[in-house]
Design a protein around this ligand. Structure first.
Ligand SMILES: Cc1ncc(COP(=O)(O)O)c(C=O)c1O
Length: 363
């Protein structure tokens, strides 16, 4: 965040219209151009985007959605909020992304959708996922909270599945302060998403929004208060203008990290297509049960390392689903997320590397 974002927010204050309005519309247009997606609907959060996208499927109690357990809890809570049951699937050991083979084995008569999560900003194997969905007649909703600006075989994430959900929360590739978006090529979904994100209030024309509301309005669908305000869209527009600079810096840091950590016997790198991606996080696997001591060591030095994520099937709230996911469970003991952000200095990068190398060199 810098002067550009402050300036953009200041302009919204001067315009005296903080809620959804012309700036939201401009941000949506910019997102459509950036992603190459025909329709983009901006929301208050990535969680709201997931909720709205899932609601488009008209899920009913008993319907199942196959989703990796290795995700942020928002993905799972929104499947339940939309009335369906999450069925947890395993991930690939080298990418931490949905394992299409395991997902295929979980398809039942009740399965309605696949919900892949592009972990860390790297696209899932969308060829296999879309092929499985096509073969079994399933919907595909993507959780691309981490993968804004990434591509799969040259195609932008947001133009691959039916409905793709992005997050612009404070730590994402670009931020709006808080925010999210749904991208789709399906006009019927887009029209319905616009209604549902604004409490089901009908507007006469396609782009007419709340600032033009008349005293008399019609409610034509269920809905929520999920529309992105001008204030947040202004931050998003300023961030979008420097998205490529931020992507390049993150890629540069990852190349340095990979070079340093790739030489360590106790470390496995995540396989990735760095050139095609806007990376969100930097994760390595630490073997030989050394992960927890490394985490403690880094934290003692004031280095912000963490574990993303505690698998959802191990959470008390979802224990009733009774899944056993061997790859996810072993990865959970090995993964560590190291600092990665566009403003990180070369000096800080070298500090992180020295701290990891020094800790793992101890017998
Ligand atoms: C994988 C994943 N899905 C969904 C979300 C939810 O996005 P938001 O925080 O914008 O609601 C997040 C946010 O951290 C996430 O990491």
């Amino acid at each position: 965040m810098g002067p550009e974002e402050m300036e953009a927010v200041g302009q919204v204050f001067e315009g005296r219209w903080l809620g959804i309005g012309h700036v939201t519309e401009r941000f949506e247009e910019a997102l459509r151009a950036y992603l190459g997606a025909p329709f983009v609907i901006a929301t208050t959060s990535g969680t709201a985007a997931l909720h709205l996208a899932l609601m488009e499927l008209g899920l009913e109690p008993g319907d199942e959605v196959i989703v990796p357990s290795m995700t942020f809890v928002a993905t799972i809570q929104m499947i339940q909020a939309a009335g369906a049951t999450p069925v947890f699937c395993d991930v690939e050991v080298d990418t931490l992304n949905m394992d299409p083979g395991h997902a295929s084995s979980l398809v039942s008569a009740k399965t309605r959708a696949l919900l892949p999560v592009h972990y860390g900003g790297y696209s899932c194997d969308m060829d296999r996922i879309l092929e499985l969905a096509g073969r079994q007649g399933l919907h595909v909703i993507e959780d691309a909270a981490h993968a804004f600006g990434s591509r799969w075989k040259g195609r932008s994430v947001g133009t691959l599945g039916e409905l793709t959900c992005f997050s612009f929360d404070p730590i994402k590739n670009i931020t709006c302060g808080e925010g999210g978006a749904v991208a789709t090529a399906n006009e019927a979904y887009a029209r319905s998403l616009i209604l549902r994100r604004n409490l089901g209030i009908k507007s006469d024309s396609w782009y007419q929004m709340e600032w033009a509301r008349s005293w008399n309005y019609e409610i034509v669908s269920e809905g929520y208060r999920y529309a992105m305000p001008n204030l947040n869209a202004a931050i998003g527009l300023a961030q979008l203008a420097r998205a490529e600079t931020m992507r390049e810096r993150k890629q540069q840091v990852i190349r340095r990290y990979d070079k340093a950590f790739g030489q360590l016997d106790q470390v496995r790198l995540i396989s990735k297509n760095l050139e095609d991606s806007f990376p969100f996080s930097y994760v390595i696997r630490v073997l030989d049960g050394r992960r927890d001591s490394l985490l403690r060591h880094l934290r003692q030095l004031g280095i912000g390392a963490t574990v993303q994520f505690t698998p959802n099937h191990l959470q008390p709230q979802f224990a009733g689903f009774g899944s056993y996911l061997p790859v996810t469970e072993s990865l959970y003991r090995e993964i560590i997320t190291l600092p990665l952000f566009a403003e990180i200095t070369d000096h800080q990068v070298e500090e992180v590397i020295s701290a990891v190398v020094e800790c793992l060199a101890r017998s």
